[in-house]
Ligand binder design. Structure first.
Ligand SMILES: Cc1cc2nc3c(=O)[nH]c(=O)nc-3n(C[C@H](O)[C@H](O)[C@H](O)COP(=O)(O)O)c2cc1C
Length: 367
């Protein structure tokens, strides 16, 4: 997730999964192919990995097969990346307006060319390429089934489906039936995405859709221990998937997690930037806990680790986890868009042979 899954947060989540004897693939924030190929400084700075990350996984945004191929090659050759995911799910107008993100799979031939370019570049390094997409542009312009077939033909290792269309953005509920349909439609592994708030949701999604795995989005905001719960739910209780998870953390445990998060951010970015970066996570961590407005505000303005320590000491460690928050959406939701911004005439043909959508080197808005 753009702006969230930097090296520090991936490390924290990894620690949680491993504490329960599990593991997960934690994907680096999305970077643009063009930015990487052209040596853009911000893009390169995002390609930082923690020493504990044994599998380096990066999501690429791209609309031009030449840039995507070259960027994949750079990731494999120079950054030791072991997994490349391609983003075709971003619903943000400035991205879809140029034919990128969730708009791109409408152009079937272009999609195939991009996927093939990535797979061709990654194959000599034995690096699997996956793709992530949405159901389509809107209910009248669905793309996911064709995208699955095209991905399979291009040699893509797995496809992740977010069960919403671009016009829905993050609103409403994800359509898990679409995930089931994709599972039926392709022979490559399908990863389901959308509305996994608790480990039990992930277990339910896999059971209900037949998906081979799940992709977690907003559910982990301020909840790195979701990956501990997922490990427990999928690996625990002999061979049956119980969906049972370790106990809910009290505020003291959450405060310790917040401190660990901030420490890791500061280790990776320095104290000033790390504390600034940490601020956006505060409200997610504290959602539903009995914490006064002043303390919340001060935490969200923290500037040093020492100050953070003092403020966290003001939380009641015994406060119980607010169970009313369980199973509820976190982070972005909003309402559906009125229309999806697309390039002029984009929907008129589904082929897109020779059509190269203009690629922005500094696209960082995500999926
Ligand atoms: C802040 C934020 C940033 C995101 N960035 C990305 C991204 O860079 N790449 C991507 O594929 N999806 C991105 N997403 C979408 C999520 O990965 C996920 O597909 C979506 O939120 C639906 O899953 P959920 O209902 O579990 O949240 C982002 C979502 C949020 C809220």
């Amino acid at each position: 997730m753009a702006g969230i899954t930097n090296a520090a947060y991936r490390r924290l989540c990894l620690e949680q999964a491993r504490a329960q004897g599990g593991d997960s693939l934690f994907v680096c924030e999305m970077i643009t192919s063009r930015g990487l190929v052209e040596g853009d400084a911000t893009t390169r700075q995002m390609l930082v990995f923690d020493e504990q990350e044994s599998v380096r996984s990066v999501q690429l945004y791209g609309t031009d097969p030449a840039y995507v191929g070259k960027a994949t090659e750079i990731l494999c050759a120079e950054y030791g990346v072991a997994h490349v995911d391609l983003n075709f799910g971003c619903p943000v107008p400035k991205v879809t307006r140029k034919g990128g993100g969730a708009a791109l799979p409408w152009k079937r031939t272009l999609l195939g060319e991009i996927l093939e370019a990535a797979v061709t570049a990654a194959t000599p390094y034995d690096v699997p390429v996956t793709m992530k997409t949405r159901k389509g542009i809107d209910e009248d312009h669905l793309t996911y089934l064709d995208a699955g077939r095209i991905a399979e033909e291009a040699g893509v290792a797995a496809i992740a489906l977010h069960g919403r269309t671009a016009i829905q953005s993050y609103s409403g509920t994800a359509d898990w039936d679409a995930i089931s349909r994709l599972v039926e439609h392709v022979d490559i592994p399908v990863l389901g995405n959308g509305d996994i708030w608790e480990a039990a949701d992930a277990v339910r999604m896999v059971e209900q859709t037949g998906a081979d795995g799940v992709v977690v989005g907003r559910g982990c905001l301020g909840r790195p221990w979701l990956f501990r719960d997922l490990a427990a739910a999928f690996l625990g209780e002999a061979s049956t998937r119980s969906g049972r998870v370790p106990g809910l953390p009290r505020l003291g445990e959450v405060a310790a997690m917040m401190r660990r998060h901030a420490d890791l951010l500061c280790q990776h970015m320095g104290e000033e930037r790390g504390c600034k970066e940490f601020r956006k996570h505060v409200s997610w961590y504290l959602k539903g806990f009995p914490v006064g407005g002043d303390l919340r505000r001060d935490l969200a303005l923290v500037t040093t680790l020492a100050e953070l320590g003092d403020l966290l000491a003001g939380l009641d460690p015994a406060a119980e986890f607010p169970v009313s928050e369980l199973g509820h959406p976190r982070g972005r939701q909003g309402s559906p868009r009125k229309r999806v911004a697309l390039p002029e005439g984009w929907l008129e043909d589904v082929d897109g042979t020779g059509c190269v959508a203009r690629e922005d080197a500094s696209e960082t808005t995500g999926g």
